[in-house]
Design a protein around this ligand. Structure first.
Ligand SMILES: C[S@@+](CC[C@H](N)C(=O)[O-])C[C@H]1O[C@@H](n2cnc3c(N)ncnc32)[C@H](O)[C@@H]1O
Length: 223
């Protein structure tokens, strides 16, 4: 029996781990596991007219489901914050071959479908996907600028090498005051790595199909 994920997902070439969970549509999972838990905290800030911009980072961009779910969620926000999103995907070859466009996406969504890297924009948003690893990008990016980090690396148990030594210090380096990070893995290594770098780590259980690790960066968080 063919795995239904073959219609949109792909596997780690070393461990064989699937990039997406089995029992949830990829866009619904991206919304419930990453985007909505982060917006619970950030939405009031984006709603303030004086600070409507959002700089977001997706680590492990892959097919871009977190980015699509974020654009969908922000598209219904009033006022609409301007979104500048960077996606990091160091292995575009792992995404090959791209399957036909996932039918849960409308024709306007995810214009990056089928592309490994590039830039796209629409009303109120820009997305750039860069073929760089997280540690490399985080070490050269401007400090204290990223408001929202959606982190979707393969699991630390099966792909420990993807969790580079510079990752946790790098995340702290780029986080803007009040930044929020979400990820699906609540593994001890991730909880402890983030906490040691200064993040306030929380585990949210039960809401969607998966638990969410949500971390907040304070450092004079906006009121
Ligand atoms: C679980 S998949 C992500 C699925 C993706 N979010 C989507 O919407 O399809 C993990 C991704 O992380 C990427 N990756 C591996 N090592 C990385 C690193 N050091 N930094 C950033 N991304 C990495 C892999 O190439 C892979 O595409």
């Amino acid at each position: 029996v063919k795995d239904p994920r073959a219609a949109y997902s792909y596997r780690h070439p070393g461990s064989g781990e699937w990039a997406h969970p089995l029992h949830a549509g990829p866009l619904a999972d991206a919304a419930s596991t990453y985007v909505l838990p982060a917006l619970e905290i950030l939405a009031p800030r984006f709603a303030r007219a004086a600070a409507p911009n959002c700089r977001a980072l997706v680590i492990g961009f892959g097919r871009g489901f977190e980015a699509a779910a974020l654009l969908r969620a922000l598209g219904s926000a009033q006022p609409l914050p301007h979104l500048a999103l960077t996606g990091l995907e160091p292995h575009p070859e792992w995404l090959e071959p791209w399957p036909p466009r996932w039918p849960g996406l409308s024709a306007e969504e995810a214009p990056w479908w089928g592309c490994g890297a590039g830039r796209w924009s629409g009303p109120g948003w820009e997305v750039e996907v860069v073929a760089e690893s997280a540690a490399t990008w985080l070490a050269r990016a401007p400090t204290r600028r990223v408001d929202l980090i959606l982190m979707d690396l393969f699991s630390p148990a099966h792909a420990p090498e993807d969790w580079e030594p510079g990752l946790f210090p790098g995340l702290a380096r780029v986080a803007a005051p009040g930044a929020v990070l979400t990820t699906y893995t609540c593994a001890r290594r991730v909880r402890e790595g983030l906490a040691a770098a200064g993040w306030n780590v929380q585990i949210l259980r039960g809401g969607g199909a998966r638990d969410t690790l949500r971390a907040s960066w304070s450092e004079q968080a906006p009121p």
